[in-house]
Design a protein around this ligand. Structure first.
Ligand SMILES: [Fe+2]
Ligand SMILES: [Fe+2]
Length: 167
């Protein structure tokens, strides 16, 4: 069993959201090369939650905001908007999240500002800084090919590979 599932406190905070059929649909979408959007969301949520707990910050809001930060269904490789994907998808995510659960101010801000770096407005709460950093950390880990494969068949960084750091 995966580690996060054995963490009762974490599951009390987000287990029902993970299990929701609308959230489970994210498992059909590839996020980074080696993860679905569902897996990515759980990675970001659990790592962020653990850090927030270690710092004695609001671990519940961090877990929930982290889980819902990429709650959108379109494929950013295909669907294009007038505004950048980095600006659009947090706004769609917060709208979808509101339909699933009642968000507090901190959770809303975590979702809306998680693209800080690519977007201008910085997080308002310290928990938001955890999620924005952890999101980037997991984007790189999930996009990188497993070391075994890299060694078996070396290749240069392709454009496609570099473009995957968009979340
Ligand atoms: Fe994102
Ligand atoms: Fe993300």
């Amino acid at each position: 069993m995966e580690k996060y599932k054995k963490d009762q406190e974490f599951m009390d905070y987000v287990g029902h959201l993970i299990d929701h059929p609308r959230f489970q649909r994210l498992d059909d979408i590839v996020q980074h090369h080696h993860s679905t959007r569902l897996e990515h969301s759980i990675h970001v949520s659990y790592t962020s939650y653990k850090l927030a707990k270690r710092f004695g910050w609001d671990a519940k809001s961090t877990a929930r905001g982290g889980l819902l930060h990429d709650f959108f269904y379109y494929d950013w490789r295909i669907t294009k908007f007038n505004k950048s994907h980095a600006w659009v998808h947090p706004r769609i995510a917060v709208r979808n999240a509101r339909k699933l659960t009642k968000l507090n101010k901190r959770e809303e801000d975590i979702i809306l500002k998680h693209m800080w770096g690519a977007t201008i407005a910085p997080p308002r709460y310290k928990e938001g800084y955890i999620v924005t950093m952890v999101d980037k950390y997991w984007a790189i880990r999930e996009a990188a090919r497993p070391l075994k494969k890299v060694l078996a068949k070396p290749r240069r960084f392709s454009r496609k590979f570099l473009n995957s750091y968009h979340h």
